[in-house]
Design a protein around this ligand. Structure first.
Ligand code: PHE
Length: 341
């Protein structure tokens, strides 16, 4: 065996290594350096040679082994790096590209939109916004609002009582008035939007869950004129500047005097149609001057302060504004309905 042979072997191996991939490189390693590999075989066969040849051939073969081993390791490194880079390239997200987003863009529910619109009108009139809990005690939902234990509004039919009947789902947002007055001293100008619950059978105009926006103003010298002015302003901003408004005497335990407010039908201009059930008017809210007993319940001086309160039915105004004839549509999550807003 001479040197040329080994040089040839290294040359051949180098060529093969150059073209190898991560799989074939392992075979190349076995072929040249493995237990029965070409170079290993040469080293094994050295026993047949003279001491001099053994030394000479042994040293070049070992050098060749080292060289090939180094080349293989180097190539492996390069291949692994390339593979990683390719993988990173593939997985890289291009945030600037207009890629396909599989979900349609949503929008606000019409009730949320209405709450936003109404709130922004009252914000522009100097009202702030507060929240009250949906689970209330009888004190907040009834007693503090001058509704005693035997008042018909306390009828268990109307109220969802929770375990032990100590707590209930609020039947209106009016308990929000009490929470605000407990925390603040007059002057107060606040609205409290939120969900309310009533245990009643559902039909086109009734549902167990709906939304109200409570309003409350308490200060010195507040009169019914302030109430009329603020509500008229709201109605004209929300339904249009020329719409007719009617204050109709009514009764609520927590206001005195009390009134309901009707808006002239925007569809038939008061002539009568199916939206206004031929009356020409649609009722949208209840209101009145805060009852002195309510002011007393929160330790306000009812001689010094007066105030007004109102409660807007959000579904009601939204149904009226858009000519929707069934309240249940708001709660069915039917996209064919919701997409129109
Ligand atoms: N809470 C009353 C209702 O739910 C509405 C209302 C609020 C009336 C404030 C007067 C004052 O019917």
């Amino acid at each position: 065996m001479n040197n040329i042979n080994i040089e040839e072997i290294v040359k051949e191996a180098t060529l093969q290594i150059k073209d190898a991939n991560l799989e074939s490189i392992e075979n190349i390693k076995v072929k040249y350096l493995g237990k029965n590999g070409i170079l290993t075989q040469i080293l094994k066969s050295l026993s047949n040679y003279s001491i001099e040849d053994k030394k000479r051939i042994g040293s070049i073969t070992n050098k060749a082994k080292n060289d090939i081993e180094n080349e293989i390791e180097l190539k492996k490194e390069t291949l692994k790096k390339a593979m990683l880079e390719e993988k990173m390239q593939k997985e890289k997200l291009d945030y600037s590209s207009n890629f396909y987003f599989p979900f349609p863009k949503g929008s606000f529910h019409p009730i949320i939109q209405a709450i936003e619109d109404i709130s922004s009108v009252f914000k522009s009139l100097g009202f702030s916004i507060a929240q009250g809990p949906e689970i209330e005690t009888e004190w907040y939902n009834f007693e503090a609002l001058n509704i005693s234990g035997n008042h018909p509004a306390r009828d268990t039919q109307d109220t969802f009582y929770l375990d032990g009947a100590k707590e209930l789902l609020r039947t209106h947002t009016s308990p929000g008035q009490i929470h605000v007055m407990e925390k603040q001293k007059p002057p107060i100008r606040v609205i409290v939007p939120g969900k309310v619950y009533r245990n009643e059978a559902s039909d086109a105009t009734h549902f167990s869950t709906f939304h109200q926006i409570e309003g409350l103003a308490v200060d010195e010298n507040i009169t019914f004129v302030d109430l009329k002015a603020v509500l008229s302003d709201f109605i004209h901003k929300f339904f249009g500047p020329s719409v007719g408004i009617r204050f109709r005497p009514s009764h609520f335990q927590f206001t005195e005097p009390s009134s309901e407010v009707d808006v002239q039908c925007i569809f038939c201009k008061g002539k009568g149609c199916n939206v206004c059930k031929n009356s020409g008017w649609v009722e949208i809210l209840g209101c009145g001057m805060v009852h002195p007993n309510v002011l007393k319940a929160v330790n306000y001086d009812s001689e010094k302060y007066t105030g007004y309160a109102f409660g807007i039915g959000v579904e009601r105004v939204t149904m009226f504004k858009h000519g929707i004839d069934d309240i249940r549509l708001f709660f069915e999550n039917d996209l064919r309905f919701l997409k129109q807003f």
